[in-house]
Ligand binder design. Structure first.
Ligand code: ADP
Ligand code: MG
Length: 150
């Protein structure tokens, strides 16, 4: 399995890259975002939202678990960090198959409930402004998405 790497030199660069990435997204795409607190998961999501034409401000759904936005495609933004029981089924499938783009922060919390195909993006802090992005596609759809992006 190929891993695609990209280095960001600042939040604006991450935002612009995410906007470009968003232009390639299709309905029912699933993006898993991994990385420590402050890595840039929400920053990346904000760029995706802008790229999908979403005008509303995207904020971290840490307390609500799921937030929904409407642009060229619907965006379902989940942050499952605070989920108490990882087996708790909040009807995730309805989102994954809901015709929009789903982004899950801290997806490891609901690993057992994820479909078998997705794009995993791991963000690692390498300095004040430097972030390493690793794109790991699972399945044909996400392999071709990465080939388009890189
Ligand atoms: P997370 O959702 O992973 O906890 P956030 O996106 O909320 O992270 O926060 C990332 C923080 O790091 C922001 O304050 C952002 O301005 C800062 N930052 C610095 N450099 C970068 C970069 N290259 N890419 C993204 N964010 C960056
Ligand atoms: Mg966040």
């Amino acid at each position: 399995m190929q891993v695609y790497e990209w280095i960001s030199k600042g939040p604006e660069e991450t935002f612009r890259f995410a906007e470009k990435f968003a232009s390639l997204l299709q309905e029912n795409d699933l993006i898993l975002l991994e990385g420590d607190l402050g890595a840039g998961k929400t920053t990346f999501t904000k760029g995706i939202a802008a790229g999908l034409g979403i005008k509303r401000t995207v904020s971290s759904p840490t307390f609500t678990l799921i937030k929904e936005y409407h642009g060229r495609l619907p965006l379902y933004h989940m942050d499952v960090y605070r989920l108490q029981d990882s087996y708790e089924d909040l009807g995730f499938d309805e989102y994954f198959e809901g015709g929009g783009v789903t982004i899950v922060e801290w997806s490891k919390m609901i690993q057992e409930q994820l479909p078998s195909e997705y794009l995993e993006v791991t963000i690692t802090r390498q300095g004040d402004q430097i972030r390493k992005f690793e794109f790991k596609p699972e399945g044909h759809r996400y392999e071709s998405l990465c080939k388009e992006l890189f």
